[in-house]
Design a protein around this ligand. Sequence first.
Ligand SMILES: Nc1ncnc2c1ncn2[C@@H]1O[C@H](COP(=O)(O)OP(=O)(O)OP(=O)(O)O)[C@@H](O)[C@H]1O
Length: 538
Amino acid sequence: MKNNSASDKTNEFEILLTLSNAIAGARQRADLWEIVTEQLLEKFGARYYTICLINEDALTHTPFLYSAEKKIRSVTGINPVLHEQHPIKDGLFDHAIATGEPVIFDMQSLIKRKDIPPYIIHWYNSSVKELMMIRICNGKEPKGVLYLYSVQVNSFSKHQSGLLKGIANQLGTGISNILANEKIERQLKEISKYKTKLEQENSYLKEEWIKERHLLGNVIGNSAAMKEVYDFVSKVAASDTTVLISGETGTGKEIIAHQVHNLSPRRNKLMIKVNCAAIPANLVESELFGHEKGSFTGATEKRNGKFELANNSTLFLDEVGELPLEVQAKLLRALQEKEIERIGGQSVIKVNVRIIAATNKNLEEEVAAGRFRSDLYYRLNVFPISLPPLRERKEDIPELVSFFINQYSTNTGRKISGIAPKVLKKLMSYSWPGNIRELEHLIERTVLLSTTPEITDVSLPGRNRFLSGVAGTEMQVLSLEDVEREYILKVIKLSKGRISGPNGAAAKLQLPSTTLISKMQKLGIRKEHFIARNDGNE
Ligand SMILES: Nc1ncnc2c1ncn2[C@@H]1O[C@H](COP(=O)(O)OP(=O)(O)OP(=O)(O)O)[C@@H](O)[C@H]1O
């Protein structure tokens, strides 16, 4: 294509038309790659090509489309398509942009120039003899440069200028369309990721909503101890006061937290729960305060924390005693300042959150042991509500039992009408270390296993720890070991968990503390037995 006769002109026009149509139809990079590789190169006698585009910084350019790297034969083995940012002012790229006309270089002489860009050296080492460059514009805006490489000398000619300029213009429009498509695809992907995240969040909220509705009105118990709790709940609910609910495991701390929230002006929004013990220590902070994308390894997405989710609502911090000390400091700050900062975030976010915290630990002891910040303890302990263990409100057992029988027989479709009085007596004589949760699970199991309309037996845990003084005629016979164990536990609790010293359990039992400790080991009494049941009165 070196002459410029009339028939060549017609030919050029046809080529331009064909290529323009093909380029206009390209939707993706792969389409354009095929057109350039299969239709354009040959027309110009080129073996390889690169299309380099100006980056957003307007200072550098990067390869956008290029010959299949496997096909390039380089004597050094180095691929000349360098996937990096090259300065626009590299003496060639800027020259092509500035002239707007095709520029042709003989590689032999080009290589002798000072400060030639590294990619030129590599193309030279790939047996390239000639280079032709043309600016690519979208309308008037320069987008990049098309580099055509020939492995023969005198392949390119100035006569090809008109055709090449026409094609470069078409390429400019085609590339802009492809970039716009890629941007839309990226955005769609983002939207779909965001949608999945929202769906997950939504299903969490729905679950909590169902739970909350279910819990409303289902707080059972009319004992004096529970009436006192309800009284506290009704007094504190309407305010924004921080509530600290304490009690052994399974005493209903969460159900009471829901009650406080549901009686508060914030009830139209969901109470958000964080179980501080269930989340690995290194993730609690992000769970509470959220994080920015890339703020730590694994933070691939920006995430809002539960504090933000609970804005204008209630945040329930379950098992607050398990919070690592450094997160305690951040929680304190959030409570004091009423603002939070996402991990890796640059700004603070104002939040209006009512806090309800719960713990089955004795937080005063945790403070004394240096495991819980005293300033945070005082911040949380504004309005304490202590839930009694089930063994201290045994009069609630019959009502709870019939409530759970009802609930589980409805759920499982079994027709269980009630429980035999002797079985109820057995339940009332048990000490319920797992409290209402333990009772609930036992009834659930029993309902499933029951073959009669009335429950005639229950299977309590192996070493049944029955209480003395049970009303009724049956006397539960305990092993001596069980009695000893119960008694020692009782004395230790009476001594506020102290074993040795003048007010310790050993002194009260008139035993050397070493003897008491070895007895405790023999009987399997561990610290959590008397610390968890901090106010037991068995
Ligand atoms: N007064 C109650 N009436 C009816 N069900 C109750 C009552 N108290 C607790 N429950 C039920 O007992 C189970 C345990 O209650 P909850 O989770 O509120 O206890 P918790 O004190 O928060 O326990 P943990 O400290 O182990 O988290 C739940 O299924 C709850 O519905």
